[in-house]
Design a protein around this ligand. Structure first.
Ligand SMILES: [Zn+2]
Length: 166
């Protein structure tokens, strides 16, 4: 009985709701692994984490992702949404130091018709931009040519992130 009571305690229900994970979801899967160039997580906060996009649009393409597996922005707590913006800001600071981009795109594609690749688990894209990068992409057709390996990107961003926190 004691175990059953524990299982259904309000605290535990709240924990399950806030930390619901989907085994088939790449974000939930990455969050459950140790941080390395394998799972691509650069930084963990209280309710969100920062992860490298495995198929980056440009070098340094990051995503800020809540631990909560949800498609709805309104399902997140105000604290979680605030932390998303804080870690997006820190991401920009780190990317500026490492890549010196000339601009950034920040955005969410909510729902498949809006272009979400992983529609069930929302995420905020942070894409560093340089003048002419789209022209460069279009001249090479559909092939994404990247100037840097993901593992190298991971190492550089993590190193600088740790420096700004000291
Ligand atoms: Zn998920």
């Amino acid at each position: 009985m004691a175990a059953l009571k524990y299982l259904w305690s309000p605290w535990r229900m709240k924990y399950i709701q806030n930390h619901r994970r989907d085994a088939a979801c790449i974000f939930c899967l990455a969050a459950a692994q140790a941080d390395s160039p394998e799972n691509l997580i650069i930084k963990r906060g209280e309710e969100v984490f920062v992860i490298l996009n495995r198929f980056p649009y440009t070098s340094g393409h990051l995503m800020v992702v809540p631990y909560q597996h949800t498609a709805a922005l309104e399902a997140l707590t105000p604290a979680c949404r605030a932390e998303m913006m804080e870690l997006a800001t820190a991401s920009i600071e780190v990317l500026k130091r490492v890549y010196r981009p000339q601009g950034f795109n920040l955005g969410m594609n909510l729902g498949e018709p809006a272009g979400a690749g992983i529609a069930d688990h929302l995420h905020l894209h942070i894409v560093p931009r340089w003048s002419g990068d789209t022209n460069f992409m279009s001249t090479v057709g559909q092939v994404r040519v990247l100037p840097e390996e993901l593992e190298e990107t991971y190492r550089r961003l993590k190193e600088v992130w740790e420096q700004i926190e000291v």
